[in-house]
Design a protein around this ligand. Structure first.
Ligand SMILES: Cc1cc2nc3c(=O)[nH]c(=O)nc-3n(C[C@H](O)[C@H](O)[C@H](O)COP(=O)(O)OP(=O)(O)OC[C@H]3O[C@@H](n4cnc5c(N)ncnc54)[C@H](O)[C@@H]3O)c2cc1C
Length: 495
C-alpha cells in the first residue's frame, strides 16, 4: 500500500494522470455535477476555510452533490486531478475535521444538498437517510410515529447525520441511549477510489468484520457516507427534568457520583458552572440561578412510575449533598426552556468574550472534582477566563477558554492552557475526546494516549480504505503514523 501524504499526491502522479489545470478541475466537476453546484470564487471558498473550531485552511473548490453517483464522480474527478478531498456536512465540527488543509488545497465535497429522508419503517424502527439530513429534522420527521433519533448533540438544529456518523457524536441523552455508533445499522459509502460499497446491514448480526463500526467515528478519513440506515428509538412515555443548584462544584460533582452509584442511569446528567449559567440566563432566561456555583440538569425517562421514583431518589441525593433547591419542570414548555438553556451554552458565552476554545476530554467520574480543580487553576495561571459545561454523567468535560483574539499574545496563552488541560485529563486516566473527535486539533496529541505500535495499527486500517491518503488528509493520525509522514500544521492554521 502507498503511504505518502496527500499533499505529495500531485507531485507523485505521472503527468498524464494529472490533468493540466485548475480550470480543468472546475470544468470536470461542473460536468460531473452541474455548474451551479461547483463553486470556486474567493468569497465562496473563504466560507469553507473553517468549521466551528479555531482552525482554518484553504479549499481549492467546493462542490455540492445530490446523489451517491455524483459524490463518486466528484471523488474520481478530484483524484484524476491529483487533489485530495474533504467530506463536509454543516461544518459545526469542533476539532477541525472538515477544515481543508495541506500544501495542495483539497476539493471540499459538501453533503448539505443530500438532505432527503429516503424511507421510514416504523415497525422495524429504521430510517434510511441521506447524510445531509439535519439531526433535529430527522427526529421531527419521525415524531408522528412516536420515534426519535436518540443522539442529540447540542448542535442538533444544524449538524448533519453524516457528520454525526463521522464523529460518532454524542449528546446529553447519550448517557442512557449510547452515542451515534449504537444507532447506525448500515451505510452506503463512496470510498476514496470512487467505488461505492455498503457497510453493515439491517440483520441483527451482519456477517464479516464490522466495517460499519470502523467507519463510524473515522472522521471522514475512510470515504463519504452517502446513505445511512439509522435505528429509531421510541419516545419515552414519561419524562422528568430536574434542575439542582449548588454552592460548590464539588457538591454538584459528588451528586453525579451519588446518582450513578445508586444505580440510577438518567437519560441525561449535565453540569454547568457559574460562568456558563450566568451567560445562559442573560440570553435565554431559563430561570437558572445565577448565584449558584454549579447547576445540574438531570432528566429521567421511561414508564411513569419508574420516572417518579428516580426523580425522588435524585432529589434526595442532591439534597444530601447540599443542593439549595431541586426544581422539577412542571410542563413540556418549562422542560424545553431548560434544555434550550443548556443547548445554547456555547452561543451564550459570546456575551462575555468574542472567542472561545472548547475542549472535549473525558475523565473517570471519580476524578471529576480533582481534574476540574486543576483545570480552573490552569486557566488562572494563564490569566484566562474559563467556564465549564459538560455531560457530567459520562465524565465528558467541556472546559471553554474565553478570550478575545484581538488581544496581543492571547493565542499563545490559550493554546498553552489548552495543552495543559489535555495533559491533566490524560494523566487522570482520561481520553483526548469524548465526542468532538480528534480532527486536526488533537492529531498531535494522539501520542499521549497511544503507543507507536497502536498508531501504526490505526494507520494500516486507514490505509486499507485509503491507500493514497487522499481522503481528508492530515487529520486524526499524527506525524510519523503509518499513514504517511504528515508534516506540522501549516502556518496560520490556528485562527
Ligand atoms: C454549538 C455546538 C454544540 C455542539 N454540541 C455537540 C454535542 O453535544 N455533542 C457532539 O458530539 N458534538 C457537538 N458539537 C460538534 C458537532 O456539531 C458534531 O461533531 C457534528 O456531528 C458535526 O456535524 P457536521 O454536519 O457539522 O459535520 P462537519 O463539521 O461538516 O464534519 C465533521 C467531520 O465529519 C466528516 N464528515 C461530514 N460528513 C461526512 C460524510 N457524509 N461522510 C464521511 N465523513 C463526513 C468531516 O470530514 C469531518 O471530519 C457541537 C458543535 C457546536 C458548534
Amino acid at each position: 500500500m502507498g503511504g505518502g501524504p496527500a499533499g505529495e499526491l500531485a507531485a507523485d502522479e505521472s503527468a498524464d494522470r494529472v490533468a493540466d489545470s485548475f480550470a480543468g478541475l472546475v470544468a470536470d466537476l461542473a460536468a460531473a455535477l452541474s455548474p451551479d453546484r461547483v463553486r470556486a470564487e474567493p468569497t465562496e471558498l473563504a466560507l469553507y476555510r473553517r468549521d466551528a473550531s479555531m482552525l482554518s485552511g484553504e479549499a481549492a473548490v467546493i462542490c455540492f452533490p445530490t446523489t451517491t453517483e455524483e459524490v463518486a464522480a466528484a471523488v474520481r474527478v478530484s483524484r484524476a486531478h491529483g487533489r485530495p478531498f474533504v467530506p463536509r456536512g454543516s461544518g459545526t465540527g469542533l476539532a477541525g475535521g472538515a477544515v481543508p488543509t495541506g500544501p495542495r488545497p483539497p476539493v471540499v465535497i459538501v453533503t448539505t444538498k443530500m438532505n432527503q429522508i429516503l424511507s421510514v419503517d416504523p415497525e422495524a424502527r429504521v430510517a434510511w437517510v441521506q447524510p445531509g439530513v439535519l439531526n433535529l429534522d430527522l427526529s421531527r420527521a419521525v415524531a408522528p410515529y412516536g420515534l426519535h433519533f436518540a443522539p442529540d448533540p447540542s448542535s442538533q438544529q444544524s449538524c448533519t447525520i453524516g457528520g454525526n456518523v463521522a464523529n460518532n457524536s454524542g449528546g446529553p441523552h447519550c448517557l442512557l441511549h449510547g452515542v451515534t455508533t449504537a444507532h447506525v445499522l448500515a451505510m452506503e459509502a463512496v470510498l476514496p477510489d470512487g467505488s461505492i460499497v455498503e457497510l453493515g446491514g439491517l440483520d441483527p448480526e451482519p456477517a464479516g468484520y464490522d466495517l460499519r463500526g470502523a467507519f463510524v467515528g473515522s472522521e471522514g478519513t475512510m470515504g463519504i457516507a452517502t446513505r445511512i440506515a439509522v435505528r429509531l428509538t421510541p419516545l419515552p412515555p414519561a419524562v422528568s427534568t430536574l434542575l439542582a443548584d449548588f454552592t460548590s462544584i464539588e457538591a454538584a460533582a459528588q451528586t453525579v457520583s451519588g446518582v450513578i452509584g445508586a444505580g440510577i442511569v438518567p437519560a441525561a446528567l449535565e453540569m454547568m458552572d457559574a460562568v456558563i449559567t450566568g451567560a445562559v440566563e442573560a440570553y435565554v432566561h431559563a430561570g437558572f440561578p445565577t448565584d449558584a456555583a454549579a447547576v445540574l440538569l438531570v432528566e429521567v425517562d421511561g414508564l411513569a412510575a419508574g420516572v417518579a421514583a428516580a426523580a425522588d431518589a435524585i432529589t434526595s441525593i442532591a439534597k444530601a449533598q447540599g443542593a439549595r433547591t431541586v426544581r422539577v419542570a412542571t410542563d413540556p414548555a418549562e422542560r424545553a426552556l431548560l434544555w434550550k438553556g443548556r443547548k445554547s451554552a456555547f452561543g451564550a458565552i459570546a456575551r462575555i468574550k468574542p472567542n472561545y476554545y472548547l475542549h472535549d476530554t473525558v475523565v473517570p467520574r471519580s476524578q471529576l472534582v480533582a481534574v476540574l480543580t486543576e483545570v480552573y487553576q490552569i486557566a488562572e495561571r494563564h490569566q484566562l477566563q474559563l467556564g465549564t459545561v459538560f455531560h457530567a454523567g459520562d465524565g465528558n468535560l467541556h472546559p471553554l477558554i474565553l478570550f478575545d483574539k484581538r488581544e496581543p499574545g492571547v493565542m499563545d496563552r490559550v493554546l498553552a492552557a489548552g495543552k495543559e488541560i489535555i495533559e491533566v485529563c490524560v494523566a487522570a486516566g482520561g481520553m483526548l475526546s469524548g465526542e468532538h473527535g480528534i480532527g486536526l486539533e488533537k492529531r498531535d496529541f494522539m501520542g499521549l494516549v497511544f503507543s507507536g505500535d497502536d498508531l501504526e495499527a490505526q494507520g494500516w486500517l486507514r490505509s486499507a480504505f485509503d491507500p493514497d491518503q487522499a481522503c481528508n488528509p492530515w487529520k486524526v493520525l499524527p506525524a510519523g503514523a503509518r499513514c504517511g509522514d504528515l508534516q506540522d500544521l501549516p502556518p496560520g492554521a490556528w485562527i
